[in-house]
Design a protein around this ligand. Structure first.
Ligand code: PEP
Length: 251
């Protein structure tokens, strides 16, 4: 059985006091007893506050982005080593907001995945089609392009999960319109098959998250699907009650 994970992407939200309250409220849910690994992705400015609350607990955290160079004259950027220094285990790479607003191409995403892996971080790589691509019936083509851009970077020998993929259809992000469990399962199975073409061992152990309007009331049906191993949660991760409900649905 694969491990499960529920991750909260806070995006560009919150000040220190919010981070302390939210982290404390999530920790009150006794995460040690929960099956999924629970991970928070706060903005960089809140990593310290989350670390202070979460160190020594079962809660994990990560960065929302990274730059591919280890250090140097890259004003405003953050490296994998800096995230490791903040105790991060994970990093989001290629979120659709980064791809769309900041023009991150598959090639840049691949560079970031490489940098994350060489810094000892586990990249959570986001893939997903837009509304228009879906309407054109191009979902599989888009996913194939996005997934194949990162597959050559993976260490097939490792038994540890060295990469997580989050399927996040862009039309479902922040819209309240989640993919149905069956729709999401079909795409997850497709992604796992793509990975299996590269390595069947890797495909079997690959953690595949679904993201896009996951809430307390639709999480359980998504998690029942064979190839859905958890969720990447945006909006609902800013409410401790809702987020804990989603974590419990992955039990
Ligand atoms: C996200 O941005 O990663 C996300 C899944 O957002 P939401 O849950 O708000 O749709």
């Amino acid at each position: 059985m694969r491990p499960t994970m529920v991750a909260g992407n806070w995006k560009m939200n919150g000040l220190s006091a919010d981070a302390v309250h939210l982290t404390q409220a999530i920790l009150s849910a006794d995460l040690e007893q929960m099956r999924p690994e629970v991970v928070l992705f706060p903005p960089y400015t809140l990593l310290h506050a989350v670390t202070q609350e979460a160190k020594g607990t079962a809660l994990r955290w990560g960065g929302q982005n990274l730059f591919w160079e280890p250090n140097g004259a890259y004003t405003g950027e953050i490296s994998g080593a800096m995230l490791r220094d903040m105790g991060c285990r994970y990093v989001l790479v290629g979120h659709s907001e980064r791809r769309q607003i900041f023009a991150e191409t598959d090639e840049l995403v691949a560079r970031k995945v490489k940098a994350a892996l060489s810094s000892g971080l586990i990249p959570v790589v986001c893939v997903g089609e837009s509304e228009a691509e879906r309407a054109q019936g191009a979902t599989e083509q888009v996913l194939q392009r996005q997934v194949e851009a990162i597959l050559p970077l993976l260490n097939l020998e490792s038994n540890q999960p060295n990469l997580i993929i989050a399927y996040e259809p862009i039309w479902a992000i922040g819209t309240g319109q989640s993919a149905s469990p069956e729709e999401a399962q079909t795409v997850h199975a497709f992604i796992r098959k793509l990975v299996a073409g590269h390595s069947s061992q890797l495909a079997k152990r690959l953690i595949l998250l679904y993201g896009g309007s996951v809430k307390g009331n639709n999480a359980a049906a998504l998690f029942e699907q064979e190839d859905i191993d958890g969720a990447l949660v945006g909006g609902a991760s800013l409410s401790a009650g809702e987020f804990i409900q989603i974590c419990r649905a992955a039990e």
